[in-house]
Design a protein around this ligand. Sequence first.
Ligand SMILES: C[S@@+](CC[C@H](N)C(=O)[O-])C[C@H]1O[C@@H](n2cnc3c(N)ncnc32)[C@H](O)[C@@H]1O
Length: 259
Amino acid sequence: MRVQPGAIARRLLHSGAPRQTLWSFLDDGGSNGGAYQYSLRHSQPEPPVLASIREAALVRDPVEAQKMISPLQGAFMRHLVRSQRPQTVLELGCYVGYSALWLAHGLQSLPGLSPPKLWTCERDSGIANLAKDNIKAAGLADTVHVLNASAKHVLEEWDSQQKLDLVFVDANKSACQLYYDLIMDRDLLSDHGQIIVDNVLFHGQVHPLIGDSGVSSAGPGSNIAHKMHRFNEHVAIDQRTDQVLLPMFDGLLLIQRVK
Ligand SMILES: C[S@@+](CC[C@H](N)C(=O)[O-])C[C@H]1O[C@@H](n2cnc3c(N)ncnc32)[C@H](O)[C@@H]1O
């Protein structure tokens, strides 16, 4: 039986199942037994203020809240930030600030003379204001700056002298290639800067587009899945970057600029 993306998660949300069940489903497709829970329990714990922001988002709008990264992905992003030590970070797609706050927790824990900065953009003004409130409540307003603007506008207007060490792409999924091209063509990345793109396997709909021959089919799959596949191919042949696509969470593409 073909299940619509998000359908099980939505049913879980409305069934009164424990939230952990939902996150577990989202992170391992339900096929991994308790691996997600086990991994979560043995990873950096979610800071209480982030847990309450996530819970409030779930209560406010259970379906939209599925847009947020999971606590385990948050711990992973924090870990990446701690090992990579970026000074200037840009997030495309803020929602209520949950992933930005995980990144900011990583940044905050880094020793250094100049405090790192994170900009995050959100095109919906009501949501952007909610994110600002959440970031203030988390005590991270000096580190995280919310721009109420479209991702395209932010990338077109970004001062190319202010190089980006890390860009997390998590806005509208159909425009990943546009954002990647703007970043690369405008030369916005620092020498070893990274781009991380979320949802590149888009609910498991992207990889079935490729047959055994390795040739992409026009068969079933959402429009977004087709666009995501074209984007993954586009990055794979771009000589300016190298990349690894991790089949974890909803597919995470780590792209690094090569000089
Ligand atoms: C996947 S959610 C972001 C989730 C967030 N990164 C997290 O994990 O907590 C995508 C967000 O991007 C916003 N968005 C969609 N298209 C956008 C655009 N073109 N420019 C800026 N924000 C956009 C949506 O309103 C939504 O809040």
